[in-house]
Structures are given as structure tokens and as C-alpha cells.
Design a protein around this ligand. Structure first.
Ligand SMILES: *Cc1c(COP(=O)(O)O)cnc(C)c1O
Length: 333
């Protein structure tokens, strides 16, 4: 699929590595070979998946003459950290609206991404209660800035619209080329599924390129059926935007809603085990909110024997490790 038809800033300079995880695979019994796609190593302050999406979103903002970016996220949002990071890089102002999804969880003195918001020089932070209409809240900030003569551009939560999701079509095509170069065929791919741009872009890229590799999304914030509808709708929009004429097959969008409980950003034992296991077998850091829970889901499905002996499984590591430092007591128990 032709991504060159859309403006892009070039934040993704080289393919992120795909690495075999020999010690981790052995720790799981050695029946399957687990590989990891290191999108945690993408450029931008502390890396992560939002860089691929912002590559397209910020290009669109600049094409529209913006001098200011407004976006939103949870109180420890990686997306907010990376949007701010790229705004700094481009010389744009950046304002954040943070949703307190867990009541009382915002703390201006908090560690992790919250600390980085300040260090990177955020222009303003507006905190709103969980469940607030985030687009309206960002529009209020935009209105105020327009009155001051600014030209704000709103990037939705997670940069998960059909512009941002193009970044993960790019990742799908990157993986296709790497598979060829490495001489390896993956039998299954796992992705974390949150605001859905990553999952939707990846599945649109896999379907659009006829890759014939099953993909599972592990939900981090919603039940399976709810998430599936969101991913499916966005994936269809992406295929339309690319002018493919392809109708997204609904059964290709697979979402597991069993692994995020007790709720978004709230720790569970399987996440803690997954983060520790990968750190102690391969020295790779996951995060407590997204990649840790998604990795825990993959571990569970492998342990249940869902994959034939000798299968090659790829996990997309979306980043997020700065949030670990805001969860230290969780891991010290
Ligand atoms: C945002 C995020 C995700 C989820 O990606 P979506 O595109 O929002 O579904 C996964 N992992 C990390 C570390 C993230 O910051």
C-alpha cells in the first residue's frame, strides 16, 4: 500500500529491530519461539509506538499551519509524553488535557511520564475527571488559545485516528520486509490494543498486503466485543483512506478482553509476573499499563497450548517503560 501519498515528518529513520527471545522462550517451556519487535526503541524522548503515529499527525498539523499542539491522555500518558517530545523537536507549543480515569490519581509531583511533562516544558496541563468528553475539553483549550492569536491543532487521544494509524500500516509493511530479509515466517502476531490506532493500523496493513498471518490484540482498557468494534471501524477507515477498496473482514479483528482487569492502568499479578520475567530473562523493560498486560496475555495463551510446537510468535513491544517508575511499590512487593 502506498503510504508516500501522505505527508510525514520522517521521525522513523530505520526499521526497529526484530529480536529472538531465547531465554524467555526457554522459560516458557521452549515449545514456541518468541520474537519481539522493538518499537520501544523508536526515536522521541524515551521511545514508543506513538512516534509512528505522530510522524503523520504532526505533518498534518504543520500542513494546516499550526503553531500549537493540544492532545489528551491519562495521567501517566506515554502518548502525551511523546506528543510533547515531538512538539519540542518541531518548535511547537504543546498543551495537555489529562483524564483522571482513576479518581485522585493525578499528582503534579508524580514520577514517570508526569515528571517528564514538566521537564520537557509543557505549556499547560488541564486535569479533568474520568469519563469527560475529551474532544470537547481539548476544544475549550483551543478556543482560549485562538483568542490569544495561536493556531492550535488537536490530536485525539493516542493519535488514534485514520491519520495516526497510517504509522502502523508502515510498521506492518516494515515487518513484512524484515520477515523476508530474516528468512522467517511468523505464525502469529500479538499487539496491545488501547485507543486502537496501533491494532487498527497493523491489521489494515496485514490485510491490505495479504500477509495471511493471524493477529491477536490484547485489550488494556475495554472488554473484547467493545474493543473489536472500535478497532474494526478504525481499520476500515484506514483502508478507505489508502484508497484500497478493501472491505475489512470482521473476523480478522481479534481482541482479548480477559487481561486488563481490574481496570485500565490498574496492576494485576499476571502483569507483574510478565514484566519481571522479561526483565530477568532478556533485560527488556515492559510497562505496567500496556505492554506488560499484553505480554501477560500472550504468555497465558502460549501456556494454554494455543500454538503448535515450533511456532514463531511475534510480540509488538510498544514501549512505555518510563511509567514503571511511577509504579515502584507494585513491583517491590
Ligand atoms: C498508547 C500505548 C499503547 C496502545 O496503543 P493504542 O494505539 O493506543 O492502542 C500500547 N503501549 C504503549 C506503551 C502505549 O503508550
Amino acid at each position: 500500500m502506498n503510504l508516500a501519498q501522505f505527508p510525514r515528518r520522517g521521525y522513523v529513520k530505520t526499521p526497529t529491530p526484530i529480536e529472538f527471545l531465547p531465554n524467555f522462550s526457554k522459560a516458557l517451556g521452549g515449545k514456541v519461539n518468541v520474537y519481539i519487535k522493538r518499537d520501544d526503541l523508536l526515536p522521541g524522548c524515551s521511545g514508543g509506538n506513538k512516534t509512528r503515529k505522530l510522524d503523520f499527525c504532526i505533518a498534518d498539523a504543520l500542513a494546516k499551519g499550526a503553531d500549537t499542539i493540544i492532545t489528551c491522555g491519562a495521567v501517566q500518558s506515554n502518548h502525551c509524553r511523546l506528543t510533547l517530545s515531538w512538539a519540542v523537536h518541531e518548535g511547537l507549543d504543546c498543551h495537555l488535557v489529562l483524564e483522571e480515569r482513576v479518581p485522585g490519581s493525578y499528582n503534579a509531583e508524580a514520577s514517570g511520564n508526569n515528571f517528564l511533562f514538566q521537564l520537557l516544558g509543557v505549556k499547560s496541563i488541564t486535569v479533568v475527571p474520568g469519563g469527560s468528553p475529551m474532544l470537547d475539553e481539548m476544544e475549550k483549550v483551543a478556543e482560549k488559545l485562538r483568542a490569544e492569536g495561536k493556531k492550535p491543532y488537536i490530536i485525539p487521544g493516542g493519535a488514534s485516528n485514520e491519520i495516526g494509524a497510517l504509522g502502523y500500516v508502515g510498521c506492518a509493511q516494515e515487518i513484512m520486509q524484515q520477515m523476508f530479509d530474516m528468512g522467517i515466517n511468523f505464525d502469529h502476531v500479538f499487539v496491545p490494543s488501547g485507543s486502537a490506532g496501533t491494532h487498527a493500523g497493523m491489521i489494515a496493513g496485514f490485510v491490505g498486503n495479504n500477509m495471511n498471518i493471524p493477529m491477536s490484540g490484547i485489550d488494556v482498557s475495554r472488554p473484547g466485543d467493545v474493543q473489536q468494534e472500535i478497532v474494526y471501524n478504525l481499520a476500515q477507515k484506514v483502508l478507505n483512506k489508502l484508497g484500497t477498496g478493501i472491505e475489512m473482514p470482521k473476523d480478522k479483528v481479534v481482541c482479548y478482553g480477559d487481561y486488563y482487569l481490574p481496570g485500565y492502568s490498574r496492576p494485576n499479578d499476571a502483569m507483574i509476573e510478565a514484566v519481571k520475567l522479561l526483565a530477568q530473562t532478556e533485560a527488556i523493560l515492559l510497562d505496567p499499563v500496556y505492554s506488560g498486560k499484553a505480554f501477560a496475555g500472550m504468555i497465558d495463551l502460549i501456556r494454554k497450548g494455543n500454538f503448535a510446537e515450533g511456532s514463531n510468535i511475534l510480540f509488538l513491544h510498544t514501549g512505555g517503560s518510563p511509567a514503571l517508575y511511577a509504579y515502584m511499590p507494585t513491583f517491590r512487593q
